[in-house]
Design a protein around this ligand. Structure first.
Ligand code: NAP
Length: 247
């Protein structure tokens, strides 16, 4: 029996939990950060909340007698990915990261790529102002709070707790979205700029297709660097196959 801890919070993590849960050769525990008030839960046992940094995670792995660690967190969840790399090394456990491929611009796309969310805010500050849709998430919305020349449609799963731009509408929603609904939203709010993180995947990519159709410019926040030396696969099925091969 192989005992696996899956660091989750993504669709890929839920899929890995399902695959492992259905396989008698594995025992799986999923871990969520507890950021979202009403998270989509994976099948099987789940624990919620931080570990207390890399040393806390290493202790958790040793106490639970885990055999392998899967980092299936969001591509922008850089702290927990670093923590996983250092805890797995300290505990001497194999670690595999599941990272969905990045979005790449199509021929008709107009993207400005920026390295961080604050850089995205600086990019908007350089421009004369307009109407932007912000999909960078609750934790980053405050970065745009001082941009008085812009009106924002701020789309989030849970309401942000920090300051928000003076002129905005808050839209509480959770994907997946369709191209038709995204096109209608951009049109209704007369959006001329979309700000998004390069999360990748199909669940929330319809906004990019809709922006392309309507000629809406995109400010795309590139992903943070990944920890060195951690093997990466792109899908839950590949992660499961790796675990089966090693078991
Ligand atoms: P983060 O900055 O990398 O993590 C901050 C802290 O939250 C970590 O140091 C860790 O606390 C705790 N944590 C994060 N993921 C955890 C997990 N799966 N299980 C237990 N503790 C976890 O990440 P974040 O941006 O806050 O994201 C939190 C979660 O939301 C992640 O699981 C991620 O997959 C999901 N998510 C993030 C985004 C995004 O854009 N960042 C988008 C969608 C979903 P300790 O140091 O105390 O262990």
């Amino acid at each position: 029996m192989t005992h696996v801890l899956v660091l989750g919070g993504t669709a890929e993590a839920r899929e890995i939990a399902r695959l492992l849960h259905d396989d008698d050769g594995f025992e799986v525990l999923s871990s969520l950060a507890g950021r979202v008030a009403n998270p989509r839960l994976p099948v099987g046992p789940t624990r919620i909340g931080g570990f207390g940094g890399p040393s806390g995670l290493a202790t958790f792995l040793a106490d639970g007698a885990f055999d392998a660690l899967i980092d299936a967190t969001h591509p922008f969840a850089a702290t927990i990915s670093r923590s996983a790399a250092s805890a797995a090394a300290a505990a001497g456990l194999p670690l595999l990261a599941v990272v969905r491929p990045e979005w790449v611009p199509a021929e008709d796309d107009s993207w400005t790529r920026v390295p961080t969310v604050p850089a995205a805010a600086a990019e908007l500050a350089r421009r004369p102002g307009g109407r932007a849709m912000l999909t960078t998430g609750r934790q980053d919305a405050h970065e745009f709070a001082a941009l008085d020349d812009w009106w924002f449609l701020v789309r989030v799963v849970d309401a942000p707790s920090g300051p928000l731009p003076r002129r905005h509408d808050l839209l509480r929603a959770r994907g997946p979205y369709t191209i038709d609904s995204e096109r209608a939203l951009l049109h209704e709010h007369r959006i001329d700029l979309l700000v998004t993180k390069n999360s990748g995947g199909d669940l929330v990519s319809a906004k990019l297709a809709a922006a392309r159709e309507l000629g809406v410019e995109v400010v795309m926040v590139d992903r943070p660097a990944r920890p060195a030396g951690v093997p990466v696969v792109a899908t839950a099925a590949q992660a499961y196959a790796e675990l089966v091969a090693r078991a």
